[in-house]
Design a protein around this ligand. Sequence first.
Ligand code: PLP
Length: 449
Amino acid sequence: MTQFENLTPEQLVQKDRENVWHHLMQHQVFQTQEPVIMVEGKGCTVKDIRGKEYLDAASGGVWCVNVGYGQDSIAEAVYEQLKQLPFYALTAGNVPAILLAEKVTSLLPGLQKVFFSNSGSEANEKAFKMSRQYFRQKYPQKDKYKILYRQRDYHGTTLAALSATGQSERKTGYGPMAPGFVGDLPPAYCYRCHYGKSYPGCNLECAHALEDIIKAEREDTVAAVILEPITAGGGVILPVSEYYGIIEEICHKYEVLLIFDEVVNGFGRTGKWFGHQHWDVDPDMITAAKGMASSYIPLSATITKQYIFEQFLSDPSDKMSYFRDISTYGGSLAAFAAGRENIRLIEEQKLCENSAAMGEVLLDGLKELESLPIVGEVRGKGLFVGVELVEDKKTKTPVSETFMGKVAAEASKQGVLFGRTNRSIPGHNNIVTIAPALVVTKDEINRMV
Ligand code: PLP
């Protein structure tokens, strides 16, 4: 029997039940089921405390271990940095932050300044605060503060990030939400078109809706719109090719900042460095997290255009005009070191390329399932693919939560861990997501399919 800290698996299960409050879990299930306790990983495989191995088609459960498990050089980079200098607040500079920021901006033509923090939620909070302060300083006579968001997009768990999230069930019980967040933009979801139309005859009403919303809110009050380039947890929703061009044009027309939340999409997940790079679009800000250090250590960033940064320099006599924001652990030098090594590995191991190539194998393999009566649509980009399950192909009625539970349980029994769309959204929890680490092999893909 495997021993951990001289404890048996049974003892650990008991201690887990007694002491740990798991994320996003209804703990009732642990009355009858044992919590899975993970202990180690290599490549795309994780092992639990009972010694069972799983092929992890969810990259750490929440699509974030982009370079896969067991990349020792990241651990070594962290160790070396911790020994040399573990921490100094980012009010001062430090070498790994400088080099990581330079590297990240080289991957993002047009964007220039990197503000580091710890989580995707936090990176989005910074983006909202920057947008509001930017306009308050640029146009003191206006109050251009509203943040627009799209239905089905997720932007995080802290209250403003949650307020900007288009998944109403996530908000239930936690209100009131923060004021100034407007979520009227429909998803660019052709399979379930908000307008009951079909592409290309639809005139992309879902994109043009942004203009109506800005007008309804009054352009002088709208600061920014935040979007996931490809909606991840809300359903693997990919806008058509013209979509972001229209969005960008509307943003320019009304001077509304375009923010892309690249927390899931970023760092190779969709087959390019960043999700928005699949479109010809030039955002004012992006936010990144998960894949930035492949979650070996928490790291996130808000990355902006130079002109936004310069607004914070414009009036030296104004003692309040700098960005008055700090995140203690946004200054973790070990995280910057991990981020640098992570990017080096993505380049060296050609993981964006592998994501694109293996993504095609995955999509082709899963597309064959569309002939099954319960598979409504298979869609995705790179290594982020969703299989939408329906009870009836004509009515597109989603399969039940119970059915989804059975799918996940059966897959887990067979040793494959899938992700799925937010289980708390009634009628929207019917999409299995397959998003393995970018090191995934063809054989592993075939097994997942
Ligand atoms: N944005 C997106 C698109 C996400 O999927 C997530 C988390 O899943 C977040 C933001 C929030 O990131 P975090 O959980 O690191 O706060």
